[in-house]
Design a protein. Sequence first.
Lengths: 102, 310
Amino acid sequence: MSHLAKDMTASVTWKDITPGGVIFEGGTSKVVETGDWRTVKPVLDSSKCKQCLLCAPVCPDMSIPVDKEGKRGDFNYFFCKGCGICANVCPFGAITMVGDDQ
Amino acid sequence: MSYSLKENIIKEDRFAGGHRMCAGCGCPIAVRTVLRALEPEDHAVVCSATSCLEVSSFMYPYTSYQDSFIHNAFENAAATLSGVETAYRVMKKMGKIDASYKFIAFGGDGGTYDIGFQSLSGAMERGHDMVYVCYDNEAYMNTGIQRSSSTPQFADTTTTPVGKMIPGKPQQKKNLTKIMVAHGIPYVAQTTFFGNFKDITEKSQKAIYTPGPAFLNIMAPCPRGWRYPSEKLMEITKLAIETCVWPLYEVIEGKYVLNYRPKEKLPVQEYLKVQGRFSHMFHPGNEWMIEQVQQEVDLNWKELLKLCGT
């Protein structure tokens, strides 16, 4: 029997789950989409962004990726719940919150 | 080594997305920041008391932790982790483990100030090499905003509802940071999210890499329970610092150090008025509540300045 989280689907019965509910890998929640909770979404205006990175540590959902050179990329909308903290801390007005259907 | 936000943020997160904490919650920001303070080559064992964090970040078969994680019960996160730390020390001595492990427990204010307090106190007194991090959102948010001993005076919660009988929570907030200082442990700090995250990151590093027990108290606002729009998180923490409601300080080997002194100490109203849980304090006839809170904050601040020798 597999012990991997990806094999623990809804069709697996209690007899076949891992003993004690143990998970044998790290970070398995990454397959869970929380972006669909969103009603508003942040949009980045790259021309205004000065790469100060103040938006990156305030994200509760690890949705602002920063590469090895220290440059932030576009939002990870798979996780972003649209809280708006990033738009509020941006000193340059480079992030605006818009309706999620736009 | 001086702090650089860029160097800190390019480190890989050890707390993964896909957790089910509310939008704009302060807790995951605290957790990811503390875990980012670990050196990449070090492993960690993370433990959590029952809390919003625990039920949202560890739902079988989904874990948000890249590191090992253990949960036991509400009241015993510190005891559980101190057991793991002891087992590690023994196995290391026997040559069964080579890698370097760090031990970090998280608890909400309910699991720390109230229910897990005896186990926390015991673990600190026994001197385990671990960090206990309290993310303080000032009530039992997970179960529906019931008051805890960390809830500030006059806050409206579901068990201290504002009405004819009581003006919100009748009692003052317990000063847990000072109680932890009284344990005589090597490192205690109080922090929150501020500016470029220098304060919280440096304190997390010190807490993790100081041998012996350490305690971090991190104010982690809850948009739902404190009743403010979720995007205002960083404004709320800034106001908590600038009004001296939540001063930034650390206690290293018993010596108090003040980490931030507001240029101009703001009146406590500035912090209270942005939160729905305190809105009744601004009704006519309730001025005495604000005055009382101001007096308490002033007293604590004066005492802290004295302890810090400034």
